[in-house]
Design a protein around this ligand. Structure first.
Ligand code: CMC
Length: 434
């Protein structure tokens, strides 16, 4: 690890004279971490941290979150500044390379992405194997995993040029894969990417256009799409990113690793929450039903959650939720949607929850998914596409984190231990004597 250890923490094993002095490693910001690697050798014990709430699994220079203060930085830049001034591809360059690009560097990067937007023609056939009503996330898991069967020329993870080309391929092809998942659902012809369009614009073109008539991308929607992509681009060691890193730690190829990340993102506790929020709002139906719904949420036996609320790291307002809430108002206004009952319901639900002791005591605030579904719905996306859009945007974060891991000299196969509480050793009993 690059941080120097000036302090340490000493753990003593009760009832013995054994102790372990663990170096405390400081990052540039954030809490120090105790390097526990020697604890088993010194004391013969492991550490226990289900859900990894207190475990730093890697060193990273990409994204920083201060959950108490509600701060999110990509490579040191506050998300608010990037959301206001940057573009998704500039943010992608930043996440992948560490610094903002000079104009010529950005142009080169954009060209690199654009050159890879098409899918191998045979992948078109691959879609036909799915049922027409397949969820876009199911299609994405399958098609992204299958990319490794089509791009054999870039699968050597120890070759930096192969890693670079795979990264471009993944970032470039993901919008095409997601848009085609929707086209397959709706029975419309697949639209090929257009390399004269920007990244978000191109996605909207492939998603909305049909071959029979010209389609002009609405600049309001393209700007909103680009913003949504910036907000979802990376988020430190969340479940899907950790899945990508863990898969990658075995030496698996990047297409397989990103497919694993997509599968992990799909769950309603993670990226699937945006879809779940809209389902929840539809079920609540009216402001007058909010108190009854919140009573159900507070009843532990019900297993009902207020979707779009709460976060493992943020114990304050998710900064992305603030930006997306404002964008919701702006986009609805610009689209001429005067009153959106869903937005009104969401805002009232947020207001009531933020003043409710249950949520206040547990520091539960809206997260990015609380408002993203509302804006995506206003932009014309079906709910089944919400998490797929999250996956398109997060691919750049996944691939940046994967590359960082491959280049980390301390990287080893991810292999957690356990507290075994099953039976102790016993002898096999033949069937007739059980
Ligand atoms: N509604 C009701 N209660 C909640 C919620 C919620 N949304 N979130 C947490 N709690 C309660 C939880 O039951 C627990 O209560 P108690 O202390 O009485 O047992 C307490 O708050 C602490 O929660 P936790 O389960 O220990 O929190 P966690 O860090 O394990 O889980 C979470 C984080 C995001 C999975 C959870 O808050 C949740 O399920 N939220 C709803 C789903 C959601 O919006 N997910 C999107 C997360 S942000 C985007 C992304 O990651 O993709």
């Amino acid at each position: 690890m690059s941080g120097s250890a000036k302090r340490s923490v000493t753990i003593t094993l009760d009832g013995t004279n054994k102790s372990s002095q663990l170096p405390l490693v400081e990052g540039t910001i954030g809490p120090a971490v105790a390097d526990i690697r020697r604890i088993y050798g010194d004391l013969g014990i492991f550490t226990y941290d289900p859900g990894y709430g207190a475990t730093a699994a890697c060193e990273s220079k990409i994204t920083y979150i201060d959950g108490d203060a509600g701060v999110l930085l990509y490579r040191g830049y506050p998300i608010e500044q990037l959301a206001e001034h940057s573009t998704f591809l500039e943010v992608a360059y930043l996440l992948m390379n560490g610094d903002l690009p000079k104009p010529a560097e950005l142009r080169g990067f954009e060209m690199g992405v654009l050159r890879h937007t098409m899918l191998h023609e045979q992948i078109r056939q691959f879609y036909n194997g799915f049922r027409r009503d397949a969820h876009p996330m199911a299609v994405m898991c399958g098609v992204v995993g299958a990319l490794s069967a089509f791009y054999h020329d870039s699968l050597d993870i120890n070759n930096p040029e192969h890693r670079r080309i795979s990264a471009f391929r993944l970032i470039a092809k993901m919008p095409t894969i997601a848009a085609w998942a929707h086209k397959y659902n709706s029975g419309q012809p697949f639209m090929y990417p257009r390399n004269d369009l920007g990244y978000a614009e191109n996605f909207l073109h492939m998603f909305n256009a049909v071959p029979t008539e010209p389609y002009k991308v609405n600049p309001i929607l393209a700007k909103a799409m680009d913003l949504i992509m910036i907000l979802h681009a990376d988020h430190e060691q969340n479940a899907s990113t950790s899945t990508v890193r863990l898969s990658g730690s075995t030496g698996a190829n990047p297409f397989a690793c990103i497919a694993a990340g997509i599968a992990s993102l799909w769950g309603p506790a993670h990226g699937g929450a945006n879809e779940a929020v809209l389902k929840m709002l539809a079920e609540i139906g009216h402001v007058r039903n909010i108190p009854e719904f919140l009573s159900e949420v507070k009843d532990k036996g019900s297993h009902t959650k207020l979707m779009g609320f709460g976060h493992r790291v943020y114990k304050n307002y998710d900064p992305r939720a603030k930006i997306i809430q404002k964008a919701c108002h702006d986009v609805l206004g610009e689209l001429g949607i005067k009153d959106d009952p869903l937005l009104d319901l969401a805002m009232e639900l947020e207001k009531i929850a933020l003043n409710d002791k249950y949520f206040v005591d547990r520091k539960l605030y809206p997260n990015v998914d609380f408002y993203s579904g509302i804006i995506l719905k206003a932009m014309g996306f079906p709910t089944s596409m919400f998490t797929a859009l999250f996956a398109v945007s997060r691919t750049v974060g996944w691939i940046s984190q994967w590359s960082e891991m491959i280049e980390d000299p301390e990287q080893r196969i991810g292999r957690p231990r356990q507290v075994y509480t099953g039976p102790t050793q016993r002898d096999y009993v033949p069937p007739g004597r059980r």
